[in-house]
Design a protein around this ligand. Structure first.
Ligand SMILES: [Zn+2]
Length: 262
């Protein structure tokens, strides 16, 4: 029997760290059994690169949006019509990566981040697409904005989830998905194993967040979508269920959330 396909719901393949070997990285992922890679954009340039990759590679899909760290470059008059056009592309599956990031002292002003986030959530509602949410040190504001602004039919996922079990419960109550990345595999992981134990398998997604957050045993090196299997293995271990079940169900979850028919 063939193994089910792995899915990497969040990888920045457009990142310049793949400039020298991008094609190989994607081919190696495919050979490692990855059947879907979703490349979220962080700004206009990265959206254009991601869209190019979707044309070149069957397994690559894209999301479009402005990351909170890039929100100063967002011009609604220019970028909203552009993104509406991109959303018509069948390989554009979501609005992302969007959200709030309060980690950096010199980051974009919080009011601007919120305004840009709100504009993107409105776009997702209009386009009936799910959102891919980035949240760093901004749990309360991010949660409240999604709760108050996102249409239930749009849906979405909190990527590289780093919050508490309590917040995970609140997100599940909103019908959202929780995406798990490499830090789950770290020896000092504390909250993440509890979150994985708590969240039902049919609401979990796998991701690498390549080139960041490289899982064990490659921590510290550049990440690779093929490494998503280490996260699936860890989830199987924590939930005490077969690895194949994790791989199969998380791919099904991608199909459900992103409206994919593959
Ligand atoms: Zn990301």
């Amino acid at each position: 029997m063939n193994l089910p396909y792995l899915s990497d719901s969040h990888a920045h393949l457009d990142d310049s760290r793949y400039d020298s070997d991008r094609e190989n990285v994607i081919r190696e992922a495919e050979e490692a059994g990855v059947g879907l890679i979703l490349n979220p954009a962080v700004n206009e340039h990265s959206a254009r690169c991601a869209l190019e990759l979707t044309k070149e590679f069957d397994i690559v899909y894209a999301a479009v949006g402005f990351h909170p760290s890039d929100c100063r470059d967002f011009d609604p008059d220019v970028h909203l019509p552009m993104m509406e056009t991109w959303c018509q592309d069948e390989k554009v599956l979501a609005i992302g990566e969007i959200g709030l990031d309060y980690y950096y002292d010199d980051g974009a002003p919080r009011d601007l981040q919120k305004k840009v986030f709100e504009t993107h959530i409105d776009l997702a509602n209009r386009m009936e697409l799910p959102i891919i949410v980035h949240n760093r040190e901004a749990h309360r504001d991010t949660y409240e904005m999604v709760r108050d602004l996102l249409d239930e039919e749009s849906g979405g996922v909190f990527h590289a989830y780093s919050g508490s079990v309590e917040m995970a419960k609140q997100l599940l109550d909103l019908g959202l998905y929780i995406s798990i990345a490499g830090p789950l595999t770290f020896k000092n992981a504390r909250k993440a194993p509890d979150v994985v134990a708590y969240v039902p398998l049919d609401r979990l997604l796998l991701e690498t967040d390549s080139p960041y957050l490289t899982p064990m045993p490659y921590r510290g090196k550049r990440n690779h979508p093929a490494y998503v299997r280490y996260i699936a293995e860890k989830i199987a271990e924590i939930k005490n269920i077969p690895y194949e079940d994790v791989v199969y169900q998380t791919f099904e979850n991608c199909k459900t959330l992103f409206g994919l028919d593959v």
